[in-house]
Each structure stands twice: as structure tokens, then as C-alpha cells.
Design a protein around this ligand. Structure first.
Ligand code: PMP
Length: 355
């Protein structure tokens, strides 16, 4: 092996869900929103003057940061924006998780956390969830280099209470605690831990435009925290790439936030379809923890999850499956439109009847 190759930063990358090239697929595999973004986003996009592309964007993305700050009632200096929440969380790992104590996250969770820990050389420990896929705060109250988990958790969809999360935050005043709220808008109002940001300087709340605001393709994520945390993150970001947010993204993101009515309406539609999906899947013998997100983590009856995944794929319905212990018994099914879900139930009936 040549000298340089011995010194390559070797990593096993995160595997994103499949993005098929052909059309006509019912895509329930990457937790995208089945509805388009707000018409206000289209107007902002159409109004964009391509001549402006010659100019660098505002490095502080102040229009977008300002709109986020206004939406959530915080100061712009408490908001960090990035290229999807993946970029935001990766920056947070780089910024805050530099100690030699392990960072803690659940054993069943977003499978990017261990990838970032590996790439940045951060020691980590996976903390087992309880039998019902819950987080026990006691497991996190011990010396650690930082804590991260999604709420609702992924891929389980299980929501933890603010009281439980506050125990974790107050139990680790010496570490940064990141709550990844990618799916929180589907959990009903008042479930976010954002109000705790004013109480705990060590809390960073991360959210995204990819799910509830239907903008996965634009790549917008943000973190809200104390001014101290955000300043540290911006110092790192401006040491890596000043211009992460492009001009079109800034305009379209700010426009999306202004259309509260559309946002609420779309989220309500997805929640309704999800609740209906719980009855439909239960009726077919699926088992699942109660989901408060835009997906259901369901264990099929009669057949292994792997078989059902393959059979659905043959019928051009994509769901997510991980060929791993424990989670390999389940399929993660994104909540689509009612029509898409009806096609799913029909396909499941066929597959399970043949079993
Ligand atoms: N956190 C969780 C828990 C997720 O499931 C996802 C989506 N893959 C993300 C963060 C990242 O989403 P995005 O980068 O699109 O904001």
C-alpha cells in the first residue's frame, strides 16, 4: 500500500435510502413529505433572478436565520443554519464532541450518529433502549462527552416527554446535549424541547425543512441553542465553508416559514393518514411501537420483514429495511398520501395472503 493510502481517513459511509431514477414508484422509504412545499416557495423560486447567481450568497444567511428566529421567538444569534440537519449535526459533532469521554446515543437510532463519531474520531457508546423502545434517562446520567438522540426517535417513531428529556439535560450540565427534532412537527404542538433552550446553556435543538416543510431537496436544517453554543458552531463553520446556504435556498426557506397555514394543514393531513395507517396495519397483524412521526416502524405478521420488503419492491412500493439484528424484524414505512397508503395496504393483502 502506498504511504498516502496508509494515511487515508478510512470510513464506512452512511447508506441513505434508495432514490430510484424511474418514475411511477410509491416511495415510502426516506420519510419525505408526499405533498409539495407551500405555494409561497414556488413564488419565491419563480421570482429569483438568475443574474444574482454570479454573486456569493450572504455568508450569515441572515434572511433565513431571521425568519427562523422570528418563527420560534429566539434571537438570530441563537440560530445556526446548514445544508440539511445532517450538515448541522455533523458541525455540532465537530464543534462539541472533542473530549476523550464517550458520547452517548441509543443503540437503535439514526444510523448517521456512529458514522460521524467514526469520521471525527469521537469515542461513543450505544445505550440500549428499554424493551418498549424507550429511553431511560438514568442510563444517560453519568460522565459522558455529549449526548444525542432524536425525538421522536428514528427509526422507531417513539416520542419521549419533555420531562424525561429535561432529566437527561439537567443530569449532564457538563456536556452538550443535542435533541434531533427532525420529526417533532408530527408529534402535535407543545412537544418540542425548544422552550428549554432559555433554561439550559448546554442544550442544542436541531430541526429540518426536509420533513414537515416538504423541502428535503433544498437541504435546509437548523439548530437553536444558547448564544454561546451557536457562536462556537459558527466559528467552526466559518473555518470550513462560509457559503453553505445558497441564494435560492435562503429565499425559498424564508418563504416557507411565512406560510404557517399551509404548514399546519399539510402536517395535519399526514398525521391523519398516519393514525389511519395504525388501524390498517394493526388489522393486518403488524406490530409497531406507537409512532408520533411521519413513519411507522412495523413488524409484519407471517413473513420475515426482508421478504415483505422484497415483495413490495417487486410491486414498485419502496419502504426501508435494515438487514441487522433486532431492527431487521421491522419495516420503516413512511406515511404517504392516502392513495399511496391504499396501494400499500392492497399490496400487503396480496403478499400476506400468499404466505
Ligand atoms: N435526523 C434524523 C433522525 C433523520 O431521520 C434525518 C433524515 N435522514 C436527519 C436527521 C437528516 O435530515 P436532513 O439532513 O434532510 O435535514
Amino acid at each position: 500500500m502506498p504511504y498516502w493510502e496508509n494515511h487515508v481517513r478510512k470510513v464506512v459511509p452512511y447508506t441513505p435510502g434508495e432514490q430510484p431514477k424511474e418514475s411511477g414508484i410509491i416511495k415510502l422509504n426516506t420519510n419525505e413529505n408526499p405533498y409539495p412545499p407551500s405555494p409561497a416557495v414556488k413564488s419565491a423560486y419563480d421570482a429569483f433572478d438568475c443574474a444574482d447567481m454570479r454573486l456569493y450568497p450572504a455568508p450569515d444567511a441572515s434572511e433565513l436565520v431571521g425568519a427562523i428566529a422570528e418563527t420560534y421567538g429566539v434571537k438570530p444569534s441563537q440560530v445556526f443554519v446548514g445544508v440539511g440537519s445532517d450538515d448541522v449535526i455533523s458541525m455540532a459533532f465537530m464543534t462539541f464532541f472533542g473530549s476523550d469521554r464517550p458520547i452517548l446515543f441509543p443503540d437503535i437510532t439514526y444510523s448517521f450518529y456512529d458514522v460521524w463519531a467514526e469520521v471525527y474520531g469521537i469515542p461513543y457508546e450505544r445505550v440500549p433502549l428499554t424493551a418498549g423502545f424507550h429511553i431511560d434517562p438514568k442510563d444517560y446520567i453519568r460522565p459522558n462527552g455529549g449526548i444525542i438522540f432524536p425525538n421522536p426517535n428514528a427509526p422507531t417513531g417513539v416520542l419521549e416527554s419533555t420531562e424525561m428529556i429535561e432529566k437527561v439535560i439537567s443530569g449532564s450540565p457538563d456536556s452538550v446535549v443535542i435533541i434531533d427534532e427532525a420529526y417533532i412537527d408530527f408529534a402535535g404542538s407543545g412537544k418540542s424541547v425548544l422552550p428549554l433552550v432559555s433554561k439550559y446553556e448546554n442544550l442544542l435543538v436541531v430541526q429540518t425543512f426536509s420533513k414537515s416543510r416538504s423541502m428535503a431537496g433544498m437541504r435546509i436544517g437548523y439548530a437553536i441553542g444558547s448564544e454561546k453554543l451557536i457562536k462556537y458552531m459558527n466559528d467552526v463553520k466559518f473555518s470550513v465553508n462560509s457559503y453553505t446556504m445558497n441564494r435560492v435556498t435562503i429565499k425559498c426557506g424564508a418563504a416557507a416559514l411565512r406560510d404557517t397555514a399551509y404548514f399546519e394543514e399539510t402536517v395535519a393531513k399526514i398525521v391523519k393518514t398516519r393514525e389511519n395507517a395504525k388501524s390498517e396495519l394493526s388489522a393486518r397483524g403488524f406490530e409497531f411501537p406507537d409512532s408520533q412521526s411521519n413513519f411507522i416502524f412495523a413488524k409484519p405478521p407471517k413473513l420475515p420483514a426482508k421478504t415483505v420488503f422484497a415483495e413490495l419492491k417487486k410491486r414498485r412500493i419502496y419502504v426501508r429495511f435494515w438487514d441487522k439484528p433486532v431492527i431487521g424484524d421491522y419495516l420503516r414505512i413512511t406515511v404517504g398520501t392516502d392513495d399511496e397508503m391504499n396501494a400499500l395496504y392492497k399490496a400487503l393483502d396480496e403478499i400476506l395472503q400468499e404466505a
